[in-house]
Design a protein around this ligand. Sequence first.
Ligand SMILES: [Zn+2]
Length: 200
Amino acid sequence: MMKMSSFFAAALALLSIGMSVLIADDTKTAPAENKRPVVEQPNKDGKVVKTDDEWRKKLTAEQYRVTREGGTERAFGKAYKEFHHHGEGTYFCVGCGSELFTSTEKFDSGCGWPSFYDPSKANKVTEHVDTSGGMVRTEVVCSVCDAHLGHVFSGEGFETPTDKRYCINAAALLYVPASKKPGATGNKPKGDRKGEEGKE
Ligand SMILES: [Zn+2]
């Protein structure tokens, strides 16, 4: 009888050690996300939808004006100057955190706004015909949260693979340098540890 209960006590102790190891392991992955943009959870249609108030709370006045009201930031502004000095990295939507562009597609068009010749492989950029201001232009928006990003122009003669110029407001973008990318996450082999060991 005594032997049985001490066996169960030992089994319980082992079990709780195993569980605390698992829990500790989980918390270890969290801090790596510090520098990442907040990726909003899309609804079942794959969209991030917020009320006007929620957007105002989340965004700065300039980010709101550009992305929710279709505004255009001043050419060669402060955000553009910062953009100009960015190295390798990824550009995420300021509204929902979707990946939009990378430094691979970035080029210097001299126009005063961030320029890319193509969206990133994530392909979260949608094009719309925009007839505002008496012009026919192609507006580009975030496919997930419908943030206004800028416009795309083609056939301007730039020596890029697409000869397209995605002319994007820096205020709509969140830049994450490549060196800050938590490349290690997700590399951990899953199902490698079974909890039970040494059972002969
Ligand atoms: Zn978005």
